[in-house]
Design a protein around this ligand. Sequence first.
Ligand code: DGL
Length: 265
Amino acid sequence: MDNISERKNLPIGFTDSGLGGLSVLREAIRVMPAEDFIYYGDSQNAPYGTKPEEEIRNLTFAAANKLFDEGVKGLVVACNTATSAAVRPLRNTFPDMPIVGIEPAIKPAAMQSRGGRILVMATPMTVKLEKFHYLLDRYKDKAQIIPLPCEGLMEFVERGNLDGVELDAYFEEHLLPYITDDTETIVLGCTHYPFLRPHLKEFLGKRPIQIIDGSLGTALEMKRRLAQKGLLRTENRRGNVLIQNSENNPELIKLSHRLLSLPVE
Ligand code: DGL
């Protein structure tokens, strides 16, 4: 499609291994209210974060191709794991398509650091891949950056369990042992985790630890890219959101809408 004004009216595609990318989509809706969106969650193949790199790449390409076939003007890979495994080859394969990924917000955490500890919660695969090691290496002199592979955490969000004793038990086992007096920031390096943020905040209590994630930065990056190409919609309209999932389960679509309507903290 060559006609810019026709292309401009297409939706923006979002993909994730499941429901996590909705935390990025809710920011995108806030910063680009006139746009239409199609969200494709691959819950049938979730989690991605414990799969081999090649499999994650193939699944991400399959999801991207599905969205391209439906017709989108840009793609947000709203999954840190899929971004690490697939965003570069995706951009090489589709050079005309604006493609934006997400990475753990280590840079903003390190820039604000007073030299204390930064804990990065992410999937086992995200903390294993090259992109992450590059980030660690780049900011290692600014703070003590500690990766915490959180196997099993995204599943809480996929089930809609955003609080409760089981989640407390998870935090006690996987997070608490790493929290020291000089811990400054927790980076939520998986797009599922922002939905757990209210409960995490409660769990942390009075500790002066900030919690950050990259969802707003990612949404703004797509907005910039579309504006650059003359593809950003600015009319006075409220866009539509279509949610699809590889798992044929209406409850998951219901849960997706519930997650999307939760307020951004
Ligand atoms: N939401 C994904 C991320 O941002 C990962 C969840 C998974 O393991 O599938 O990394």
